[in-house]
Design a protein around this ligand. Structure first.
Ligand code: TXA
Ligand code: MG
Length: 338
């Protein structure tokens, strides 16, 4: 493992004040949210926002989420705000939900990737909220990882990913949700789910009292598929470890292990049930069989296996029920089906 050059700093009030000062100077600050760590910059400062893209190695046409301290700031960023946005904000903010709205003309194109819409979210993490309050404005923040890599759920993961390209890393402990926010697009007539997350589309439909348009992979009858439609700006290969990662079904495991043994491969295995390690499995990580607890630990576990110099990471396919949608969505991008 490469030793990080910039170490996280405990997010006490002095560190948070310093972080707000850095944001005002156009510098980059990584901070915890309840979903994953974000790489933040002043969303009103195009040069600062460009630094995010440089640090991540991310193409400039991928839009960013603007983080706000509360819903009262919504109209500084969005126009034609529908009642549905107010309803969702009242219900789920602060929380793991990003809402896409038509943007104010003043929102820098660097933030929106040239689109006429902007993504907004009030995160539910004390450090994020204190930072947003101290800073006073909107903070553009993607997940604090290099482009196409696994999102960081601990401060040290940010240091490993970004080193000293980030000016300060606030350490607020491990993220409790562990997968990125649910994204709902309210910029057009029919509300549309763009990315599944901890807040399910059923919860959103219950609040809006209307059906959401869903990507094909999320229709209840449809099974997860690597070729399913993605949210704009999302790619099929995403959230991926460097080690080859294969997703298997329980009944496939004996054959798979025989194949790997025959070709002298060393494997790591991630599952939610008990698996007795046998040749060629060097390491087993057993997560919870509850989707929320599994999601919380998923990225850290993939990172851990990724650092063991294995030939392959095997991930057992979780159930394809609604509770596992967000996990299955991320696994369909992080792994290939066997
Ligand atoms: O949980 C999260 O949302 C985390 C934390 C840090 O808040 N952030 C995050 O950001 O996951 P990022 O950049 O890794 O993912 C944001 C996603 C991208 O896939 C982007 O395409 C989409 O949001 N997005 C942003 N603005 C959009 C827009 N105007 N229209 C459609 N999609 C948009
Ligand atoms: Mg990301």
């Amino acid at each position: 493992m490469k030793l990080p050059t910039r170490l996280p700093v405990l997010a006490d009030s002095a560190a948070i004040e310093q972080a707000a000062l850095l944001l005002r100077e156009g510098r980059l600050v990584a901070f915890p949210t309840e979903t994953v760590y974000g790489l933040g910059a002043d969303a009103r400062n195009p040069a600062a926002v460009q630094r995010i893209f440089a640090a991540k190695g991310r193409p400039a046409d991928h839009p960013l989420i603007v983080h706000l301290s509360n819903v009262a700031h919504l109209d500084e960023w969005a126009i034609n705000i529908p009642d549905n946005a107010i309803k969702l904000a009242a219900h789920f903010w602060p929380g793991p939900l990003a809402i896409i709205l038509n943007k104010q003309p003043t929102v820098p194109v660097e933030v929106t990737g040239g689109q006429e819409t902007v993504a907004l979210r009030v995160p539910n993490h004390p450090v994020a909220l204190q930072l947003l309050q101290a800073f006073g404005g909107g903070v553009a923040a993607p997940s604090a990882n290099r482009f196409c890599r696994i999102s960081p759920t601990q401060a040290l993961h940010v240091a490993e990913e970004l080193g000293d390209t980030v000016d300060l890393i606030l350490d607020g402990g491990a993220c409790t949700v562990g997968v990125e926010s649910t994204i709902v697009d309210l910029s057009t007539e029919r509300p549309r789910l763009l990315r599944p997350g901890h807040i399910s589309y059923l919860q959103i439909e219950a609040v809006l009292n209307t059906a959401l348009l869903l990507p094909p992979s999320l229709k209840p009858t449809h099974t997860a598929s690597a070729s399913a439609l993605r949210a704009p700006g999302m790619m099929a290969v995403h959230y991926a470890p460097s080690t080859l990662a294969l997703r298997y079904r329980a009944e496939q495991l004996p054959v798979l292990l025989r194949e790997l043994t025959a070709s002298h491969k060393k494997a790591g295995l991630l599952t939610y049930r008990e698996v007795i390690p046998e040749n060629p499995i060097a390491q087993v990580i057993q997560l919870s069989n509850h989707a929320d607890a599994y999601a919380q630990a998923l990225y850290a576990s993939l990172r851990q296996l990724d650092q063991l110099q294995l030939d392959i990471i095997l991930v057992e396919q979780p159930p394809e029920s609604e509770a596992w949608r967000a996990v299955n969505d991320r696994l369909s991008k992080a792994t290939r089906a066997y």
